[in-house]
Design a binder for this molecule. Structure first.
Ligand code: C2O
Length: 322
């Protein structure tokens, strides 16, 4: 792959978040992980016996919601400097999106690592969720725990999932919902219908028209405009060339970020800005759907388009074998 990961974590520098008023940024702009005495070990994929199956958020059983909330509560209870804590996990997004790391690319050692607006988008977020999900499962001692996905491409999922509301109906202990985040747009709580083309201005459509507009925009992003690997994934990052994002990244994915973030905050925190997005539990449930759409697109294009990661691995293996 044309980028290298930062293999020296301590090379992290203060992020350049580009946010207004960084000194008052609500989440802070110091995104580096805590210093560690030991050298990070290369990750080895574990053996697994139990498959994790991600469920749609709008169809979760009350038990599943309780389990998910317990896992996030346990994460929030870890000390802030613990690598698995809610804060450290949230900072990852900031560090990899706001220039905290440099990388080498095509012989240029000093380029800033940015995982958006290119083909890095799908794989980076897949890894991010992979570890996040494993941490949550570990915290509640459930090796099959899987993140729910916010099924916003389906009419039954085109609202913020109710479990994220501060006082979810029927909550036994309201006001202590661990997956509630105060930095969200209060005008977009249920029953507001999501606008998958949202860029900051309300569409004014009634709910039937909004749903059908959403469906046709999903069809465009998954089918009519996603006819090549590059169109769907975005282009590869190349030094000094502006890469382009894929159809899902620039379309519905970004719309959901802006739609959930709070327009009264200076930087549309939390979901509406790179540096703060990882602090809202909605982020991971939103991205679980992005990850799912990758799989769906692959299944829709079984012959013409492999995902670029597999393609490059295969190329490399073939080269080694020759
Ligand atoms: Cu790293 Cu949804 O963005």
């Amino acid at each position: 792959y044309p980028i290298t990961a930062p293999d020296d974590i301590s090379s992290c520098v203060a992020a350049d978040t580009g946010v207004q008023d960084p000194n008052n940024a609500v989440r802070g702009v110091a995104c580096c992980p805590p210093a560690s005495a030991s050298t990070p070990k290369p990750y080895v994929l574990p053996q697994f016996t139990d498959l994790r199956i991600r469920p749609a958020a709008q169809r979760l059983t009350p038990d599943y919601v309780a389990k998910y909330k317990a896992a996030i509560a346990a994460m929030k209870a870890l000390p802030d400097d613990h690598p698995h804590s809610w804060k450290q996990q949230g900072k990852i997004h900031c560090a990899y999106c706001n220039g905290a790391y440099s990388q080498e690319m095509n012989g240029r050692p000093d380029l800033k690592l940015q995982v958006h607006n290119s083909s890095l988008f799908f794989p980076f977020h897949r890894w991010y969720l992979y570890f996040y999900e494993r941490i949550l499962g570990k915290l509640i001692d459930d090796p099959t725990f899987a993140l729910p996905y916010w099924n916003w491409d389906n009419p039954t999922g085109m609202m913020l999932p109710a479990m994220f509301e501060e006082n979810e109906a029927g909550a036994t202990n309201p006001r202590s919902n661990p997956i509630f985040d105060p930095y969200r747009n209060v005008a977009h709580l249920p029953p507001a219908i999501l606008d998958l083309q949202f860029r900051g201005t309300e569409s004014g459509l009634n709910c039937v028209d909004q749903i059908s507009t959403n469906l046709s925009s999903m069809y465009g992003q998954m089918v009519t405009s996603a006819t090549s690997t590059e169109a769907f994934f975005g282009s590869d990052p190349v030094p000094d060339v502006r890469s382009t994002p894929g159809t899902i990244e620039s379309g519905s994915h970004t719309a959901v970020h802006i739609w959930v973030g709070n327009p009264r905050m200076p930087n549309r925190e939390d979901l509406g800005n790179f540096y703060s997005a990882g602090y809202d539990p909605v982020f991971y449930v939103h991205h679980a759907n992005v990850d799912r759409l990758w799989k769906i697109w692959k299944d829709l294009n079984p012959f013409a388009n492999k995902d670029p990661i597999t393609e490059r691995l295969v190329e490399r293996i073939v080269r080694v074998l020759r």
